[in-house]
Design a protein around this ligand. Sequence first.
Ligand code: ADP
Ligand code: MG
Length: 296
Amino acid sequence: MNIAILSVSLNVFSTQRIMEEAQKLGHYVELIDHTKCSVKLGEGKPRIYLGEEDVTSEFDAIIPRIGAKVTKHGSAIVKQFEMNNVFSTARSLGITRARNKVRTLQIMARKNIPIPETVFSINPDNIEEQIKILGGPPVIIKLQEGTHGLGVILAESKKSAKSIIDTFYKMDTSILLQRYIEEAEGEDIRIIVVGNKVIASMKRKSEIGEFRSNVHRGGDTEAIKPTSQEQYIALNACKYLGLGVAGVDLMRSKSGPVLIEVNASPGLKGIEGATGVNVAKHIIQFVERNAYTRRK
Ligand code: ADP
Ligand code: MG
C-alpha cells in the first residue's frame, strides 16, 4: 500500500515509529506536511496539491498526526482525502470534535458516557454562580483547546478562581470549569483504541507537587488492565467521535470512571514504553484491514 502520514515533522518519535512499522510490513510510506498542502475545489474532483504535485490519488490510506496548532487546516486536508475515498485512521469530523474539550464532553453527555461535572460560560457576571454550581472551590479551570497539560489550572480558593476566570474571559480565551477530582490523587488512565479494540492501557501518576499526570508534565507511567466499564467508555467515545485511532483519557472518580478527553493523535512513546505493546504496528494493521476493502 501507499500510506501518507500527515505530520509537520519527521523528527517526532510517534511519526518515526509509524513509518518504521509501515516499512517493516512492506508498505511505501511518505510524510506529507499538511501545512504545505493546498486544496482545490470547484470544477472536477476535489484535489490536494503538495507544492505543484497532485497527491490526490497517490495514497491508499492516510494517517493524520495533526498537531494542536494546525487542527483546522489539518482536518480540512483530511476531509479532502475523504472526499476522494481515501481511508483515514481518523475522520476529519472526529479530529475537530476531539480538539475541543467542550464539544467532546457534549457529545459524551448526550451518549450517557460519564464525564466530570463541567460548566462553561463567557459571562463575567456569574463567575461566583458557576463556582457554586460545581460545589465550590477547589475547581479546575481548563482551556477548551489546551494540550500536554498546559492550560489546566487548579484554583484552590474562590478568590483565585474568580480572578483567573475573569482574566481568561477578558482575553477572549475559551475555557471550561470542572470539579476537581481530588480523590484520583493525580492519577489518570490512558487507553489506546485502534479499530474498535483496546490495545494498550497505562496509568499515569503525576510528579510530587503536581496534579497533572501528563507525560509531558513529568508523569510516571505503568501498564494496567482497564476495567470492563473503562474499556466500554473508551470504545464508545471513539465510536461517537469518529476516530479509528485515539488515546482516551479517563480518571477514577468517587462515582466511577469519567472521561476527561480524547486525543486524536496520541503520542506513542509513553504508551509503548510502559506497556511494551507495538502500537504503531497495530495502527498499520488497522490500515491494512480497511484500506484494501475501501479500494475495492
Ligand atoms: P490536556 O489536553 O492538556 O492533557 P486534560 O484535560 O487531559 O488536558 O488534563 C490534563 C491533566 O490534568 C489530566 O491528565 C489530569 O491528570 C489532570 N486533570 C484534568 N482534569 C481534571 C479534573 N477535573 N480533576 C483533577 N485533575 C484533572
Ligand atoms: Mg490529556
